[in-house]
Design a protein around this ligand. Structure first.
Ligand SMILES: [Zn+2]
Ligand SMILES: [Zn+2]
Length: 324
């Protein structure tokens, strides 16, 4: 699999998810949430290569570790610093950036873009280290919840969740990969060359100086390997129609990283706090049929033995489950 998932933090404590997408030519890194003691598990070089930070929402247990990331990289100038989250993200990040004194920055420069993911639109504000983060500059944005952004060989989608407040789920999908059927190439008597590298996207292929229509060549020569995918869903409640809606959106995803806050018997508590139970997580996995399910965000009200029981409750219905 080319999408690698590393859960940071421990069971019953805060968590974060580091997602690495490796195309062979390029490695991209996304950090989903930033609970306490999560970013500190990463080396400086690992956290410095994170391209986007994506927040589900701003309850403290999902944000407490952000200061570690920000302290390490507040002046990161080798790339734009992107933060994504529910409505209010730009304002909350602005407060966070201004929560420090910036008299010693000298000529250091960095740009932070905070994106509020609304129901239909994404709005973006820009904060500059050079201004001590004092201004929130409105920025144009082409992003939409259905396509937040694209990176080399992948894209990210948002999925609105209910947690009493807005919470955002994220889906990462790799682009399909195409391999050339070399037997077929020989059979057709075509000479390999640079045209093979761009065949997947070209209109016309220039083979030995002769132009060919690319589409029939694609049909004949390219073998499609579907890209990997993952979904990160935390701090939400989904029963009935809501569960069906989410299962449909993530159906067939490679890895589903899902919260598992409460035991089946604590459904009333789960409804009061807008969280999932093992029953609903198992049902979601059954309907969405991910290749594997990774459980996070177990309630600290339970003992370690009870956490094991919770994993077993899910496993009884969905065998390919692992837990942090
Ligand atoms: Zn939480
Ligand atoms: Zn929450």
């Amino acid at each position: 699999m080319a999408i690698e998932i590393r859960i940071l933090g421990t069971r019953g404590a805060d968590n974060a998810v580091l997602v690495t997408i490796n195309t062979g030519q390029h490695i991209s890194r996304l950090l989903m949430d930033c609970g306490e003691n999560t970013v500190s598990e990463l080396t400086l070089s690992e956290s410095g290569q994170i391209d986007h930070v994506l927040f589900s929402h701003f309850h403290m247990d999902h944000v407490a570790g952000f200061d570690v990331f920000f302290r390490r990289h507040y002046d990161r100038a080798d790339r734009l610093n992107h933060i994504w989250g529910p409505p209010g993200t730009g304002e909350i990040m602005g407060h966070r950036f201004r929560g420090f004194v910036w008299n010693l920055i000298g000529d250091r420069r960095s740009t932070w873009l905070s994106h509020d993911i609304g129901k239909e639109h994404v709005t973006t504000v820009r904060h500059e280290l050079a201004e001590a983060f004092a201004q929130a500059h409105a920025e144009e944005s082409n992003a939409a919840p259905g396509l937040l952004f694209q990176g080399p060989g992948y894209h990210v989608e948002a999925l609105a969740l209910s947690h009493g407040i807005a919470s955002i789920g994220y889906v990462v999908r790799e682009a399909d990969r195409f391999n050339v059927d070399t037997g077929k190439l020989k059979e057709l008597g075509l000479k390999p060359g640079p045209w093979l590298k761009t065949l997947a996207t070209d209109d016309t292929s220039l083979i030995d100086g002769i132009p060919y229509q690319a589409e029939p060549l694609r049909q004949a020569l390219l073998i499609r390997n579907p890209g990997d995918s993952m979904a990160f869903l935390t701090d939400f409640i989904a029963e009935g129609d809501e569960l069906n809606r989410i299962a449909e959106r993530i159906h067939g995803v490679g890895t589903l990283v899902c919260e598992c806050q409460y035991r089946a018997a604590d459904a009333e508590l789960a409804r009061r706090n807008f969280h999932m139970t093992t029953t609903w997580v198992a049902q979601l996995a059954e309907q969405a049929s991910p290749q594997r399910l990774l459980l996070t965000h177990f309630s600290e009200r339970y003992t370690p033995e009870e956490w094991d029981d919770m994993v077993a409750e899910v496993r009884a219905r969905f065998p390919n489950v692992q837990a942090v």
